[in-house]
Design a protein. Structure first.
Length: 170
């Protein structure tokens, strides 16, 4: 698949079919996550793959009752790891590790799209509640929830700003 085409055609999906994701595709998603670039190649990130219905419902509740999360066959939680990112001080903990997770998630979303899956980035959630649900150690901070599954419907593309509004050459 042409990468720019995938970037332009991928949509945020919030409506999923009740269809399991094959293990072979899940392995591809994992590969995409771990092969993403990271600051200093520290790879200061960890991902949780949630399939259990009870956990998904609790995660959705912690995400301000965004119940579509629990409807996805797979929910991925992306966490920063301050034990690793501290090497770069506050900037490593507060920025680089978040960038590491973001790069990983974007690559994973494109691989998901290539394999007929939909996903969306969910940033609105109570971090402390998600941490408690997953029993995370002190060094892991959840920064994103990504429901993944086969789309039931695909929304129209949203408007984008013009190139002139988005980019300035100097």
């Amino acid at each position: 698949m042409e990468i720019l085409k995938a970037v332009k055609e991928r949509r945020s999906i919030r409506d999923f079919q009740k269809k399991e994701i094959p293990d072979g595709i899940i392995d591809k998603l994992i590969e995409a996550l771990i092969w993403a670039p990271s600051a200093g190649n520290l790879q200061s990130r960890k991902f949780y793959f949630i399939r259990d219905e009870k956990f998904k419902k609790r995660i959705a509740a912690a995400a301000l009752n965004q119940n579509f999360i629990a409807e996805a066959p797979l929910v991925i939680i992306g966490c920063t790891d301050s034990r690793i990112s501290y090497k770069y001080g506050d900037r490593g903990v507060d920025l680089y590790s978040i960038q590491d997770v973001a790069c990983s998630i974007m690559g994973m979303m494109l691989v998901a799209f290539e394999n007929g899956l939909g996903s969306t980035w969910v940033g609105a959630f109570h971090e402390n509640e998600v941490s408690k649900i997953l029993n995370l150690p002190y060094n892991l901070r959840p920064v994103v929830i990504v429901p993944v599954g086969y789309p039931s419907k695909i929304p129209y593309p949203p408007q984008r700003v013009s190139k002139q509004e988005a980019v300035e050459f100097r």
